[in-house]
Ligand binder design. Structure first.
Ligand code: SF4
Length: 377
């Protein structure tokens, strides 16, 4: 039986603004620390708002080390918002392939088109105009206008939420509405009261950097922290428990059969329907054995009558959001010509396509002599 406490809805979390002495000390200690400890990241060497925006879009859900590889390559291919706006979607998805969450790439291009048509190709400096761009939320808008233009705009990402929650002892659930509102209030409080030489770009990045390097989720290094003296969670000894984790969502098990149909050194790949999950991306013909709805349970109409599975090649596991996928990769042959919605590609041509993450894994394993084109991990 669940306790009364468990049944209660998540309560409000309140940000109580600190006094001027504490606020000043937090500002000073954090920015001094940042000047000495910040990482030399490539996107910190530019003030180009477009380049900063691309880095922010990539950094959501992706590790810094991975973004270091993708960011310069993407900018080389699409050096301006206008270039991105005018590119073929297929080319954008291909440049994004491997970063996952392709909706981000599509949103980036949709917003680039608005920037090209309504803002003379320049990411807007105004926070409200930035927020009006498709797919640009409060975090990204705040990050770009504060970092690129030094506009005193607040931002809260997972790192900043953790720092503020611990610093002010705000006990709420991670990424929940109540804690989020309290942390945005804290972010606004500080960024609107910067003084002296402390610029919004420095302040916001310092907060994020502290969360990334010192106030880490499981092992905060309070002994090295510039805010240790002001920190409520440290004084209470409960930093690791703040913020509370979200209740776990059970993952769905998905079983797939993936068919590798080869002819003259080329693979038959099919394009996923536009509009759905991973819409427009290419994959090996795939059917779902289970019924999660993530993949169709039958091959598309052009393939269903003509594909004949032969023998097993490899087994793979893969994860997409809350789905744990196990794939049985089988060779197959075409019993007749056909393949509506599908086409033949050699490994090098396939490497240039916007492949799903699963298709890329299969291609990496099967490409003759491990074609370096696929080696992006
Ligand atoms: S003292 Fe510890 S818990 Fe507090 S902000 Fe610093 S690292 Fe985080």
């Amino acid at each position: 039986m669940s306790s009364k406490k468990e049944q209660e809805p998540e309560g409000e979390v309140r940000f109580a603004p600190p006094g001027e002495v504490t606020a000043r000390s937090v500002r000073r200690e954090l920015t001094l620390w940042y000047a000495a400890a910040k990482r030399d990241l490539p996107w910190r060497r530019t003030s180009d708002p477009y380049a900063i925006w691309v880095s922010e879009a990539m950094l959501q859900q992706t590790r810094v080390e991975t973004v270091k590889e993708y960011w310069p390559r993407f900018l080389e291919r699409f050096p301006t918002a206008t270039a991105l706006a005018e590119a073929e979607e297929e080319a954008v998805l291909e440049a994004w392939s491997g970063l996952g969450y392709y909706r981000r790439a599509r949103s980036l291009q949709a917003a680039a088109r608005v920037i090209a048509s309504e803002h003379q190709g320049v990411f807007p400096r105004d926070l409200g105009a930035a927020l009006d761009l498709p797919g640009v939320g409060p975090y990204t808008a705040g990050a770009v206008v504060s970092i690129a233009y030094d506009v005193p705009a607040p931002l809260v990402d997972g790192n900043v939420e953790r720092v503020f929650a611990r610093l002010f002892g705000m006990e709420g659930v991670r990424a929940s509405g109540p804690l989020g509102r309290a942390c945005w209030a804290a972010a606004s409080f500080f960024v609107e009261r910067l003084e002296g030489a402390v610029r919004p770009s420095v302040w916001n990045q310092a907060l994020m950097e502290l969360g990334a390097l010192v106030c880490t989720p499981r092992a905060p290094r309070c002994d090295e922290c510039p805010l240790a003296e002001e920190c409520v969670a440290k004084a209470r000894g409960n930093a690791v428990g703040i913020p509370r984790p979200k209740p776990r969502r059970a993952s769905t098990e998905v079983e797939l059969e993936v068919y590798v149909i080869e002819r003259g050194g080329r693979w038959l790949l099919e394009q996923r329907p536009e509009g759905g999950l991973m819409g427009g991306m290419w994959q090996f013909p795939t059917v779902e054995v289970t019924s999660s709805g993530l993949f169709p349970e039958e091959l598309g109409p052009g393939l269903a009558p003509v594909v004949e599975p032969e023998h097993d090649l490899i087994a793979l596991t893969h994860g997409i959001t809350h789905h744990r996928i196990r794939a049985r990769v089988r060779s197959a042959r075409m019993a007749a010509s056909g393949g509506e919605g599908a086409a033949w590609f050699g490994p090098e041509e396939a490497a240039e396509l916007a492949l799903t993450g699963m298709a890329r894994k299969v291609a990496e394993r099967l490409a003759p002599a491990r074609d370096p084109l696929f080696d992006r991990s």
